[in-house]
Write a protein that binds this ligand. Structure first.
Ligand code: SF4
Ligand code: SF4
Length: 297
């Protein structure tokens, strides 16, 4: 991780945060200014083409993220913050490919009004937050400790695993960044086995059963380790565990009920922001009751 202090970052929400996970976009725009970081959403961004382009068209799978990175380069800012794991993964892959392939970079740049310079540093939400933990800028803002919250941190399959020429700022199989942030908030993140396993999101439509089996394993393991909730940073990981939970429980005989929190929600609550302001009523699996039951709110 770099130790420079970020005051402004370019921000790429991606389609999920402007559509199905709008509350995650709102939460980012709510908490980061309070933590001293202004998010400057890049102009006229396009979908990064994650699954569709990477499965069907090699050129587009690099060119679509490259256009966004060209726009971000033109802002003159040093870093771009990308909350969605899928978008983050595609942007990093595109940037690394273009650094290693000048011919492709020139070919793509011929189409771009704002040329891709490969200059801006791409950061996940954990890479933006962790320096704020280390500097004390998060603990300074905490007014409510999340005592009694026992999450398992779910990184999903894309946040830490990349082609081998892309460096990752955490352990690929057993990452710890989210746990470090949860600890500062006063929560007790638990060790478990499925933190980087795939939930089968891409198969949810064409092979729903496989996707439900994968998610049932994730939920069973979390419960076996005594978790009372999940925490994640990816809108897609959140959506899957949140929206399909009732169906998984009835199909696989799992009892109980595990709220799925976005990390931004836990930070927001710890900073004294209300669940209403954070729009936490937009979860499919009820998420506010646990906070009341363990007297955090
Ligand atoms: S992750 Fe998917 S939905 Fe989001 S910007 Fe990328 S392609 Fe679009
Ligand atoms: S939603 Fe599922 S498939 Fe997508 S990154 Fe998260 S774990 Fe992986």
């Amino acid at each position: 991780m770099t130790d420079k202090k970020l005051e402004q970052v370019a921000y790429y929400p991606g389609c999920s945060l402007h559509l199905s996970s709008q509350f995650y976009d709102l939460q980012n725009k709510l908490i980061f200014p309070k933590l001293g970081i202004e998010l400057k959403e890049i102009d006229d961004w396009n979908c990064c083409g994650a699954t569709s382009a990477s499965k069907t068209d090699d050129f587009l799978s690099i060119a679509l993220p490259a256009r966004n990175l060209g726009i971000a380069d033109a802002t003159g800012l040093s870093d771009i913050f990308i909350p969605c794991s899928s978008c983050y993964s595609r942007m990093l892959t595109s940037q690394t490919t273009l650094k290693n392939d000048a011919v492709l970079k020139n070919r793509i740049n011929k189409y771009l009004a704002k040329k891709n310079e490969g200059r801006i540093e791409i950061k996940s939400i954990l890479e933006v937050l962790l320096p704020l933990v280390e500097s004390g800028d998060i603990s300074n803002k905490i007014t409510k400790k999340l005592n009694g919250l026992k999450p398992v941190c779910y990184y999903g399959c894309l946040l830490t695993r990349f082609p081998k020429d892309i460096a990752v700022n955490d352990d690929a199989e057993n990452p710890q960044s989210m746990e470090k942030i949860c600890n500062v908030l006063g929560a007790e993140p638990l060790d478990w086995n499925y933190k980087t396993d795939c939930c089968g999101a891409s198969a949810a439509i064409n092979d729903t059963e496989t996707s439900l089996i994968l998610m049932s394993k994730i939920i069973k393991d979390a419960e076996a380790y005594g978790a009372n909730c999940f925490v994640t940073t990816c809108p897609m990981c959140h959506m899957n565990l949140d929206a399909y939970q009732d169906r998984i429980r009835s199909n696989y005989g799992i009892s109980g009920h595990l709220p799925v929190y976005l990390l931004t929600e836990l930070i927001g609550i710890a900073m004294g922001i209300s669940p209403e302001e954070l729009q936490m009523d937009r979860h499919f699996t009820e998420a506010v009751k646990l906070l009341r039951d363990i007297k955090i709110i």
